[in-house]
Design a protein around this ligand. Structure first.
Ligand code: PNW
Length: 472
């Protein structure tokens, strides 16, 4: 029997699923919630596929009890969700709205009652519109507003949530939001994107500090970064330099300040023609580098790059935005290539080895820090059979491959404490709208009925036994 069928995960391993507020909640005008940048963006013609919005999404705001019951039925022991800032502090400033906080309190209590550990993300891209109107993430003040919001949520829920994440994938907020413009707020200004990145680092540091001041001692503080695996097309010096540039712009720009208190020198050099970094003030980098209790890694697919040549692909289309504007300021000399191999419905190549590489890299770069895979998963064009069952063997194969990579990393000494499948259920996939289904649970968008796909049953079996069942 191959080793992969016998080896187990550690008994305390977290088998989780992840979602985010704007992608699932709906109820965008209820209980005092005001628009976030994603409400504005999705309601702007031409921004999302089919003009889809999160107005209703999968109506989780009203169905959270059923959704938690479904997770419990599937035997999940962990759930990662995000809080909608606009529900809690509608203008991004000032006093908290109690009904907004109460929703998350009820959600968490429901989870705890079912033995499911909550992991709360404070910011998954939905900035209150008023803060964007005041300049958004390129403005320094936004970082201080975030810290205030972090303190409010920490005070309200610190007694019942132990695992806290400041930001989710700040790369997307900065470079897709202000650089390529394919995400909210849809701006296309490379210098603003780098300013946004810095203020997100500052926000993380200030937010982590605010959380520490209000959380009980058992509260743990983390951040979830999109941690890209960047491979050079060849080992030639020009391709290696191209890979360095993209690695800096994808990883170093956040991991640098947050883990090491510095931006990579090579990043500063590569972006010198775009920005002078004068908004990095004394003390900012020390603020960004707060002690962490865990690091979240989100992984989907690797990048393959070379020095640009006459035959380059141009800006990558496979998930980094496409569009006319590059999300990579200062990387005009870099070409992106399609990694060979099978792809998911997003066009993202399936490459579990990348997840192994990533985990081993951050195990070495942040020795001793517990790691969580805070997102990993795949979109497929799932359709119910006539009897209503939804079979998704491709997703099972994807999960099997990536969870095998996680287990191998654990065997090789990495401290991976848990895995959160993206996503619990089909939902609003940002600019792609409802056309891309990432869920382990199928959602019928007419009736909003939830049906666990075969991958959900497969994952439930893995969670129950602590080993990976054979892919169907
Ligand atoms: C992540 N890229 O988004 C997010 O955290 C989720 O909210 C999202 O639904 C999920 O992955 C699937 O897309 C990403 O362009 C969006 O590289 C874009 C990219 C990466 C991650």
């Amino acid at each position: 029997m191959p080793e992969s069928l016998t080896e187990s995960f550690p008994p305390a391993f977290l088998w989780g699923a992840a979602t985010s507020a704007y992608q699932i909640e709906g109820a965008v005008r209820e209980d005092g919630r005001t628009p976030s940048i994603w409400d504005t963006f999705s309601h702007t013609p031409g921004r999302t596929a089919g003009g889809d919005t999160g107005d209703i999404a999968v109506d989780h705001y009203h169905r959270y009890r059923d959704d938690v019951a479904l997770m419990a039925d599937l035997g999940l022991n962990a759930y990662r969700f995000s809080v909608s800032w606009s529900r809690v502090q509608p203008t991004g400033r000032g006093p908290a709205v109690q009904v907004g906080l109460d929703f998350y309190r009820r959600l968490v209590d429901e989870l705890l009652a079912k033995g499911i550990q909550p992991a709360l993300t404070l910011y998954h891209w939905d900035l209150p519109q008023e803060l964007e109107d005041a300049g958004g993430w390129p403005e320094r003040d936004t970082a201080f507003r975030f810290a205030e919001y972090a303190r409010i949520v920490g005070e309200a829920l610190g007694d019942r949530v132990d695992l806290w994440t400041t930001l989710n994938e700040p790369w997307c907020s900065a470079f897709l939001g202000y650089g390529s413009g394919v995400h909210a707020p849809g701006r296309t200004d490379p210098a603003a994107a780098l300013r946004a990145a810095h203020h997100l680092n500052l926000a993380h540091g200030l937010g982590a500090t605010a959380l520490r001041s209000v959380l009980p001692a058992r509260g743990r503080v983390a951040v979830s970064l999109n941690s890209s695996v960047v491979r050079p097309l060849s080992q030639g010096p020009a391709d290696l330099a191209a890979a360095r540039t993209i690695d800096d712009l994808a990883n170093g720009v956040f991991h640098g300040p947050i883990l090491h208190g510095a931006y990579p020198e090579t990043l500063l050099a590569a972006t010198a023609s775009v920005t002078d970094w004068s908004y990095v003030l004394d003390g900012d980098l020390a603020t960004a580098r707060q002690p962490l209790d865990a690091l979240g890694l989100n992984y989907y697919t690797p990048a393959l790059v070379s020095a640009a040549s006459g035959t380059a692909d141009g800006p990558r289309a496979d998930g980094h935005g496409g569009g006319d504007h590059s999300p990579w300021p200062g990387a005009e000399g870099v070409a992106f290539h399609q990694t060979p191999g099978e792809r998911t419905e997003m066009g993202w190549t399936i490459d579990p080895e990348g997840l192994y590489e990533l985990i081993m890299r951050y195990s070495a770069e942040a020795p001793g820090l517990p790691l969580y895979v805070t997102e990993n998963g795949a979109a497929y064009d799932d359709k119910p059979d006539p009897d209503g069952a939804v079979h998704d063997p491709e997703r099972i194969a994807y999960l099997h491959g990536h969870l095998s990579a996680v287990r191998r990393a654990i065997a090789d000494g990495a401290r991976v404490r848990g895995y959160y499948l993206w996503s619990l259920m089909d939902n609003f996939e940002w600019a792609y709208g409802y056309g891309k289904r990432f869920g382990a649970v199928y959602v019928d968008y007419t009736t909003l009925t939830r049906t666990p796909k075969s991958s959900a049953h497969w994952y439930a079996e893995a969670a129950r036994t602590g080993t990976l069942p054979r892919p169907a």
